[in-house]
Design a protein around this ligand. Structure first.
Ligand code: GLP
Length: 263
């Protein structure tokens, strides 16, 4: 696990974008796991800029989104479908047939069937080459709330009060935030060949410290990334502010040999 601390969200996002661009250039048919929320917005903006100004080609890239609210139509302004098209897909040359976002309009047995087929599609695509993650203020990744099995697969989850309140800003009121979601599982996420977790701001500092330096526990789902062979945490100074080994992570980054990526 590598912790990369940048001065601000812009430089952290730009580093993460360079990493993704390098992957897409070396493997044009790369499979990307995508995240939503405020955190990856600057990253998507930078990838859009690279597409426009540097010819970064997404035409053969395949994408799988982490999660979606149950009960929201793809046209709902707060759905993750809308988020992805508005903030990323509409601005790059992605083939819509190669994008995948969980269907928020299912219920009953159809949810279970859909989740199994989502897992199967990821498997048939060869698995995720790279998974982008944010982190909830309670340590959740995707919508795997504290207490989620560390081996979980794509399934329905119930949101905590805290997550519903954190995400209320995307809705008219907190009451409108759905209670249920479909999310890739922690086991699904862990099978990605690489993971880039981005976290910015003071509100993420406790969750980040627990994930990076605390015990591996379902109480902080992101802590499982300590077991991932190729996970990077891209943090700004505020999100890194509660890390005990803050200076060491900085020092490691500064000592990186020039031939290593992300230098
Ligand atoms: C949501 C998403 C997560 C995201 C988290 C943090 O719950 N399902 O994937 O990481 O929010 O969101 P933000 O980046 O807006 O702080």
């Amino acid at each position: 696990m590598e912790v990369i601390i940048s001065a601000d969200p812009e430089s952290a996002s730009s580093r993460a974008a360079k990493h993704i661009a390098r992957l897409v250039r070396t493997k044009p048919e790369a499979v990307l796991g995508l995240a939503t929320g405020s955190t990856p917005l600057l990253l998507y903006k930078e990838l859009i800029r690279m597409h426009r100004n540097e010819g970064l080609d997404f035409s053969r890239v395949r994408t799988f989104n982490l999660d979606e609210y149950l009960g929201l139509a793809p046209s709902h302004p707060a759905s993750y479908h809308q988020f992805m098209w508005k903030n990323f897909f509409d601005h790059i040359n992605i083939n819509p047939a190669r994008t995948h976002i969980p269907n928020g309009l299912l219920s009953g047995e159809d949810v279970t069937k859909f989740c199994a087929s989502y897992e199967e599609e990821i498997r048939l695509a060869g698995g995720m080459d790279l998974q982008i993650l944010g982190i909830g203020s309670d340590g959740h990744i995707g919508f795997n709330e504290p207490g989620s099995s560390l081996a979980s697969r794509t399934r329905i989850k119930t949101l905590t009060r805290r997550t519903r309140s954190d995400n209320a800003r995307f809705f008219r009121s907190e009451n409108d935030v759905p209670h249920h979601v479909i999310t890739m599982g922690i086991g699904t996420i862990m099978e990605a060949k690489e993971v880039l977790l981005l976290a910015f701001g003071e509100s993420k500092a406790t969750a980040v410290a627990g994930a990076v330096e605390g015990p591996i526990t379902a109480s902080n789902p992101a802590s499982i990334l300590q077991m991932h062979p190729a996970a990077k945490f891209h943090l700004d100074e505020s999100a890194a502010s509660r890390l005990e080994k803050h200076d060491y992570y900085r020092w490691v980054f500064e000592q990186k040999p020039p031939w290593q990526a992300d230098a």
